[in-house]
Design a protein around this ligand. Structure first.
Ligand SMILES: Cc1ncc(COP(=O)(O)O)c(C=O)c1O
Length: 403
């Protein structure tokens, strides 16, 4: 640590609420897959702002669109039609089987909207009393009161925030029998991440998804897929639910949508979207001109640069190489898993020191559940950067005593 960092940290602690456990790094600048701290030290970014900057940092094409739109129309509210919003909706819908979009500002807000839509659809379109939302243990759906209740985790996330809203229940992760036992006439929707992100990069087993789809056919509840982290090409398909052949009734997106500008969306079939009518749901900033123009450009660039395919190829490469590393250090790496560029290396023991050694060596990644090194790099990352990370990890592990 140095004087610049210490000063920034002290100033931060004086004025910013203490909600985050921050990394010992003050970032000043970013470009592509590189981050630069307050002293100018360079880091390889394997996190992309937690799956947000899929196209890399500070793309000139996006800066241009942002600046042009900022000069044309920034905000007028959703009382008006805005072509930028319609263009974005058309582009998003061309990537999936949904029919309608609602734009909002974050992942939690998108999930909140999805929950509201599921309930209102049941109440007003189906005339059904079903209201309950089932989620899976280990999930993460956000920090608003409803989405943190939906989040099936224990610990700080819920502690002290009671009373929590009713109408949520969780079932053990990927347990088809438990899900079947939990579904009843009050089940409005089952909400899942196809790959749990905060839960430690855990893909749903395909057999569980088959059981979920069969149960939907039998019981008629809705499936909400939370694609906040997995969406926008991250897993090597535009949407992670494609890997599983799911047609969600509702799904949500946020993080990667506008490459760093705060934007989320709820997407639904025409049938389910009937649950909303004018005046039932809204948000002031949703789908504003700048955000919509940037997100449209994000989709264009993803297509031009074939970033979805790239994520699939690089992810397969990484998993292959990481698998070799696991074979070399079987006592230190317990498991390697992931889909596309949503990657996890589960260490055999708590890995704070390993994470810290990687940071010192110039690699920014994340440690979840104390032992899962989570990588969510820009989809544009160079293969060489991934190789360099693995070579560095190899050296760090080789120098650690056996667990
Ligand atoms: C799967 C998932 N859902 C929802 C959220 C919440 O998104 P936000 O922080 O934008 O509210 C996250 C954030 O990490 C997430 O990973």
């Amino acid at each position: 640590m140095n004087a610049t960092f210490d000063t920034i940290k002290q100033r931060n602690e004086k004025v910013i609420m203490r909600t985050y456990g921050r990394y010992p790094l003050a970032l000043a600048r970013a470009k592509g897959a590189r981050l630069y701290d307050s002293d100018g030290k360079e880091y390889v970014d394997l996190l992309a702002g937690i799956a947000v900057c899929g196209l890399g940092h500070c793309r000139p094409e996006l800066a241009k669109v942002m600046a042009e739109q900022a000069d044309k129309l920034v905000h007028v509210s959703n009382l008006f039609y805005q072509e930028e919003q319609i263009v974005l909706a058309e582009k998003l819908l061309s990537t999936c089987q949904a029919d309608k979009v609602f734009f909002c500002n974050s992942g939690a807000e998108a999930n909140e909207g999805a929950i509201k839509l599921a309930r209102r659809y049941m109440a007003k379109v189906r005339g059904s009393a079903a209201r309950e939302i089932l989620t899976l243990e280990g999930s993460f759906h956000g920090r608003t009161l409803a989405t943190l209740t939906a989040t099936a985790q224990t610990g700080k996330i819920k502690d002290g925030f009671e009373p929590l809203p009713g109408g949520f229940r969780s079932v053990p992760f990927a347990d088809a029998c438990a899900l079947r036992a939990a579904v009843n006439e009050n089940t409005a929707a089952v909400m899942v991440e196809t790959v749990q992100g905060e839960g430690g990069v855990r893909p749903l087993p395909p057999e569980f998804v088959e059981a979920l789809l069969a149960l939907r056919r039998e019981k008629g509840f809705l499936i909400i897929v939370d694609e906040v982290q997995t969406g926008m090409g991250r897993t090597g398909r535009f949407w992670a639910h494609e890997h599983y052949g799911i047609t969600p009734d509702i799904f949500t997106v946020a993080k990667g949508l506008a490459n760093g500008l705060p934007m989320g969306a709820v997407l639904a079939t025409d049938e389910v979207a009937r649950g909303f009518e004018p005046g039932t749901h809204a948000t002031t900033f949703g789908g504003g001109g700048v955000l919509s123009a940037v997100a449209s450009k994000v989709i264009d660039i993803m297509r031009e640069e074939r970033l979805v395919e790239r994520a699939a190829e690089l992810g397969a490469f990484f998993l292959g190489e990481a698998g070799k590393l696991q074979a070399k250090h079987p006592d230190k790496i317990a498991h390697v898993r992931g889909l596309g560029l949503m990657l996890g290396i589960e260490l055999a023991a708590p890995g704070q020191d390993i994470w810290r050694a990687l940071l010192d060596a110039g690699f920014v990644c994340n440690l979840t559940h104390e032992r899962v090194l989570r990588l969510l790099p820009p989809l544009t990352i160079a293969r060489e950067d991934l190789s360099a990370f693995l070579t560095t990890l190899d050296t760090i592990l080789a120098n650690r005593p056996t667990a």
